[in-house]
Design a protein around this ligand. Structure first.
Ligand code: SF4
Length: 152
């Protein structure tokens, strides 16, 4: 089931697009430190943990990475693949596993809505957002400011 979901990125991007729109009216109640955030932290741990092996970075970029979590790369690369990916598309560090970024690329090719976003350079991870709700942060872009001096 999990593999089926991961390999159905178009269905997942539709869920993402729908959820993004559906949550906009709740922006005012979904704030940092609110009860709603605590609820969403649990929901995200449970749903995204089961589906994407989410590491709760708090700044979700799944729609930009072929619905494949970049934090599951052993090097936690936000932009990949690294120079060590093997010719067979497997990981340099964990040779028995496919490269997360190679999978991200393949899956992004099946995403008509957001597939091109994989070509954008992503900001470095802001570790201060770890274990916060990515949906709350998504609704409040001011919480997602990239580090000073960083430009895409
Ligand atoms: S990008 Fe961050 S929030 Fe999204 S699934 Fe990966 S660890 Fe979780």
């Amino acid at each position: 089931m999990l593999r089926f979901l991961q390999n159905s990125p178009h269905a997942l991007e539709l869920v993402y697009a729908g959820t993004s729109k559906m949550l906009v009216p709740f922006r005012r109640v979904m704030k940092r430190g609110s009860r709603m955030e605590r609820l969403f932290i649990h929901l995200e741990k449970w749903t995204k943990g089961a589906t994407f092996d989410c590491r709760m970075c708090g700044q979700c970029v799944l729609h930009s990475t072929g619905m494949t979590c970049p934090m599951t790369c052993p090097k936690e690369l936000r932009n990949g693949p690294c120079g060590g990916v093997r010719a067979n598309g497997y990981c340099e560090v964990l040779p028995d596993r496919p490269c997360v970024w190679s999978q991200a690329w393949e899956r992004s090719r099946k995403m008509p809505l957001y597939g091109q976003e994989i070509l954008h350079v992503l900001a470095p991870v802001d570790r201060r957002l770890k274990d916060t709700s990515a949906w709350v942060n998504h609704l409040h872009p001011e919480l997602l400011k990239p580090p000073a001096g960083w430009e895409s």
